[in-house]
Design a protein around this ligand. Structure first.
Ligand SMILES: [Mg+2]
Length: 377
């Protein structure tokens, strides 16, 4: 793990997020007519701004620094950051995350704040964990803990683990070994599923609501089959768009994590060292494009570093107070904290400044919403 991997991961997430944002929720067909291809930013003239995907990635980084990678104190710290993030009125927040944040504010603990949802919230903030954690069991544990604060459906955590593992492979292996990736993911999920089954079996003797149904067991393991299909499709040189269509995502990639993650992994494996091609190919699939592109951008960025991300895309990110330089400093601090054994004070943002920025952002998001009411349809 080096500073370059972490910078690449955070900035890769931010650039993908910003490029994909104007395409969010638009079908591929209409996006082509209304916006054209994602070769440049189209959010605010030729500038790009980021959304929750990048913000959560930064929150995870801050929490890892503040707790010095301590699994015991991490949930509390991340939950606290999430609460303040929520209070600054972020636009376009996912439904489960919205409800989980409300629960945190009214006093639920991070252990009970998660909402039963398999949305892609945990997957969008997971690459940064793969950028810094080397040990597989640790990686799984960190992703699990960070996921469940907002999403309690295990599927959301499996998707997030698949993303974090991809980011780890992206920085460790060149070329990527697809089979090794699948095998490792499979063993992680098998191990945890078995643990969950045992735990549920023990509780269900007392309370049968906790009995896992055969369908639940199957759907927990489904992510491995979906990623196997993605790998096969990449091997046959199918495009990411064709793969998305084979999953029935004609109107765009949904925010369901078992849709988002296989398509994102497909884009990564198709262009593991080509940031531009990877991110563009996933945005062209439409739907939840800011999140799919943020995930792919985080994974590929982690492998190619900041140098591998087109410079014009980095320089035209228009963010304040969470500026490109601020994100670089955060990355450097995270790398630094990995080499220290004491918690550090992560760099912060001024709450009032974030509030103003978010209001401005909201106005532009609303303008995009109005624009979409007009042709071409
Ligand atoms: Mg977003």
């Amino acid at each position: 793990m080096t500073v370059s991997h972490i910078r690449g991961c955070i900035l890769g997430t931010a650039v993908g997020d910003a490029l994909g944002l104007p395409y969010e929720g638009v079908s591929p067909r209409r996006a082509q007519k209304m916006l054209g291809s994602p070769v440049r930013y189209r959010f605010f003239f030729r500038r790009g701004m980021v959304s929750d995907d990048t913000e959560h990635t930064c929150l995870v980084a801050q929490s890892l620094i503040a707790t010095n990678f301590d699994l015991e104190t991490l949930p509390q710290d991340f939950a606290r950051r999430l609460r303040w993030w929520f209070l600054a009125l972020p636009a376009g927040i996912g439904r489960a995350t919205f409800r989980a944040c409300l629960k945190l504010w009214i006093g639920y603990s991070p252990a009970t704040s998660g909402v039963y949802s398999a949305g892609n919230g945990p997957a969008m903030r997971a690459a940064i964990i793969g950028a810094v954690i080397d040990d597989l069991e640790n990686l799984e544990e960190f992703v699990w803990v960070i996921s469940r604060i907002t999403h309690s459906d295990e599927k959301a955590a499996w998707g997030a683990i698949a993303v974090a593992l991809a980011a780890q492979h992206s920085r460790q292996l060149n070329p990527i070994n697809r089979q090794k990736y699948l095998d490792q993911l499979k063993s992680i999920i098998e191990r945890r599923c078995n643990g969950l089954l045992e735990a549920r079996a023990a509780i269900s003797e007392v309370d049968e609501r906790f009995t896992l149904t055969p369908d639940e067991v199957k759907s927990n393991r489904e992510i491995v089959n979906l990623l196997q299909a993605a790998v096969d499709s990449v091997t046959q040189k199918e495009s990411t768009m064709d793969f998305a269509l084979s999953l029935g995502l004609k109107k765009g990639v949904s925010g369901y994590t078992y849709h988002t993650v296989p398509v994102a992994i497909h884009a990564w494996l198709s262009h593991p060292r080509d940031y531009r091609a990877a991110v563009m190919s996933v945005i062209e699939c439409g739907g939840d494009a800011d999140t799919t592109a943020a995930i792919v951008g985080g994974i590929v960025g982690c492998g190619v570093g900041e140098e591998g991300i087109p410079n014009e895309w980095i320089s035209k990110l228009w963010e304040w107070p969470r500026s490109v330089n601020w994100m670089r400093r955060l990355a450097d601090q995270l790398a630094d904290s990995k080499n220290h054994s004491k918690p550090m004070d992560p760099i912060k943002l001024n709450f009032i400044a974030v509030l103003f920025r978010n209001l401005f952002f909201l106005v532009i998001v609303l303008l995009h919403g109005f624009r979409r009411l007009l042709p071409p349809y």
